[in-house]
Design a protein around this ligand. Sequence first.
Ligand SMILES: [Zn+2]
Length: 420
Amino acid sequence: MKMKNKITIAFILALLVSVLNIKAQMRVHLINVGQGSATLIEFPCAAILVDAGGESNALFNSSDSLKTYLDDFFERRADLNHTLQCVYLTHPHKDHTLGIPVILQSPFVIKNAVTDGLEEGSGKSGQIKLHRAAQDADENNDPNDDIGFEALTTAEIGSSGFTNAVVDPVNCSGINPVIKILWGTSATNPGWNKTAFDNENNHSLVIRIEYGTSSLIITGDLEDIAQSNLIAKYNGTNLLDADVYLVGHHGSKNGSSLNLLNKITPKMALIGMGDPNRKLSWTAWDYGHPNKGILDRLQNKLTETRTSFHVQAGTGKRTFVDYIVSKAIYATGWEHNVLLEADAAGNWHKVESFLVPSLVNINTATLTELQTLPGIGAIKAQAIIDFRTTHGNFTSIDQLDNVPGIGPVTINLLRPYVRL
Ligand SMILES: [Zn+2]
């Protein structure tokens, strides 16, 4: 065969592979719900949601952020008909359940729900609402609105994890994802002290998601003591080993033991936490998230890197030090919404945040949030804040033309990503 023909065939094959790869992807959307957690996982044929946090105060409304993100997402994935194949709540704390009323409302449709079954804790209201919705849908005479439901205890979960049609309702042709629950409520005390046993964090669902050989593990807010039991339960299996780790307990110092990280051996890490610049109660600033010791551990263990990035690392409640992240750690408190993409062969990459369908409010966004916009670095972000401080709120997006350094080209670049 002539060299030219060989090149043409190779080119067509490469093109075909790349087209097929585009379809065969799992995407992990870490939605910025401030201090809290909400992770949307997108497959070629479905979407699921793990937790629906988070932060609600004078400066941030997580339910608005969650709704905006889901609206944008389902606009892009109109084929999914606003359907969440399953909603998983790791545990009934407010920073994980506050947005439940948003997803129980039209146009969203929930097909299945999995929780740890508890109806106590700061976020019990959201968890109870989800339990009742499943019950009510079951009791009326319309089989079309039924919500499959599982409340899982650790005792019911075997040494290879728990799965069934409720826990894993996703059936994509080609590469079919595998979803398993590895931990749930401990109905009897495994030998912890009373404080640890009474703490809902230690009864968090642990969720493992595989897409081909790509994998993600979510441990909720499980603390060190329960992590030891989790590790013992899966000793001798590779069920804790995952490419991407959704960092436990928002990067709190008790959320990611060294033993657990040694089992996970993650390539990349995601942290759901708030912007440490919001200096109010119940925020990342209040808790000192993420903890410097945990960032040190992740820096040590992660195998993938990112361009060096300056952040604030917590050394205690409300105290932070400057810190440089150079491993693949991405956090909502630093960069707004985060989107990771995996093929079925264990290859992960971060999709640049300005491609994420999220809208930044130019009248309320923080310095960090403004910097997630295309063409906006620290100087222009500060100029936007200075302008609105001096002249009051923007009344149109075109008004950005009056901000030093921003012209019509940048405004057109920004237009799809900003709102007032
Ligand atoms: Zn939490």
